[in-house]
Design a protein around this ligand. Structure first.
Ligand code: C5P
Length: 400
């Protein structure tokens, strides 16, 4: 099955938190993404959710106790501990974290956690004071020092009526963390990747702007792929329609000039710079400080060219630093892309055919070519953007 979790064996440990119901959605998304999921409910979790829901979602027997009669030997704890690619404990209570930190093995989940060599990812959920308690914090540090991973918790209204840290972080963040952990290729470990993403909005007055339809999808997927492969990622993002990965450092900007300033501050420390933003070519001269009033007369706007951020990177780059740009064209794609590669002094350009079916802005697929100086263009045909980001970083890693 295709998807971000294709062919992965995942044990989903659900412990006794009010957030346990959210584990159904997590299980469902994992299965949808191609994973084989075995849900394990602790005794306390069963006060909140039942095994039937997880059985319907995963198509597998849910484990509810250490000594139940197992129908299939595949969920016997040692064999599952051996085969699992990931143990995801979501929600993870203070008690389940404490037991794991101290090696207590008094039920199926805690016992199997001792037996597995697979990565373990905890998504904590508890009252703020419980989370902040020195004992819980020490337990988390112990587990981290042993190589376990944590995602969240988030902040907000808690079931106990308090507001603060301790909420189970949203399922998309948990799935993203699992996706990053499950990627075995870590060829960008230790590398710093800086990405521009999204559109820019150039103000006309305090309420109006000139913008474009960039969704920010490409920037999001590039950031996620770089994280999966072990890089630390900073995204300078203009307005976009999709959220950026939780593990990326995000600097939000509106205009091309703000984007350039944010890139200038961070460019020197980046190993890889990718200009994926759809930067407005022009900005409006002297935007009005007050809202423009309609008076029935024609309005003429005077436009000034914006700075070219990719070209700035091409001028500033030091030996060993890799810069990548995009070219989206409706015609003469390769010729224009080759011209940009040279003019902006880039190490690679991703050329996209725009217009026509399956290759419009905002689409999940692209007709793409990879161009590097001195080499014939590499045609990738119609490719899912997720796969495209993999090919882009393969090519970048070869250049490093
Ligand atoms: O010149 P053109 O806009 O077609 O080039 C596209 C590439 O240059 C993209 O990688 C885009 O992110 C980058 N670019 C930029 N700053 C601009 C214009 C484009 O970084 N002002």
């Amino acid at each position: 099955m295709a998807g971000p979790f294709a062919d992965k064996e995942i044990v989903l440990g659900v412990t006794g938190s009010i957030a346990a119901y959210k584990a159904c959605e997590i299980a469902s998304r994992l299965v949808e993404g191609g994973a084989r999921v075995t849900a394990v409910l602790t005794k306390n979790a069963q006060q909140f959710v039942g095994p039937a829901s997880f059985e319907a979602i995963t198509g597998r027997r849910t484990i509810t106790g250490m000594f139940e009669r197992l129908e299939t030997p595949e969920i016997e704890h040692i064999s599952l501990a051996r085969r699992a690619n990931l143990f995801l404990i979501a929600p993870a209570t203070a008690n389940s974290i404490a037991k794991a930190a101290h090696g207590i093995a008094d039920d199926w989940l805690s016992t199997t956690l001792l037996a597995t060599r697979a990565p373990v990812l905890f998504a904590p959920a508890m009252n703020t004071h419980m989370y902040q308690h020195a004992a819980t914090q020490a337990n988390i540090q112990t587990l981290k020092a042993r190589g376990c991973y944590f995602v969240g918790p988030g902040s907000g209204a808690l079931a106990c009526g308090e507001i603060g840290e301790g909420r189970l972080i949203d399922p998309p963040a948990i799935l993203e963390a699992a996706n990053i952990l499950l990627c075995e290729k870590k060829d960008l470990a230790g590398k710093k990747v800086l990405i521009t993403s999204g559109a820019t909005h150039e103000p006309l007055d305090p309420v109006r702007f000139i913008g474009n339809r960039s969704s920010g999808k490409m920037g999001r997927m590039l950031a996620l792929e770089a994280l999966r492969r072990g890089a630390s990622v900073t995204v300078v993002s203009g307005p976009a329609h999709v959220p950026l990965p939780y593990d990326a450092a995000v600097i939000n900007v509106k205009t091309a000039q703000e984007m350039l300033e944010a890139v200038k501050e961070r460019f020197a420390e980046a190993d890889i710079f990718i200009a994926a933003a759809a930067v407005a070519d022009y900005r409006i001269d002297n935007p009005a400080e007050e809202k423009h009033k309609r008076n029935g007369e024609a309005l003429t706007l005077s436009l000034t060219p914006n700075p070219d951020i990719a070209a700035y990177a091409g001028i500033q780059k030091r030996p060993g630093q890799i810069t990548v740009g995009f070219a989206a064209e409706t015609h003469d794609l390769i010729a224009y892309a080759e011209e940009k590669l040279a003019k902006k002094n880039l190490d690679m350009i991703v050329a996209n055919q725009v217009g026509g079916e399956n290759c419009a802005f905002g689409s999940d697929t692209a007709w793409a070519w990879l161009l590097t100086p001195g080499n014939p263009p590499e045609q990738l045909h119609l490719i899912a953007k997720e796969e495209l980001t993999g090919r882009i970083f393969d090519a970048v890693a070869a250049l490093l």
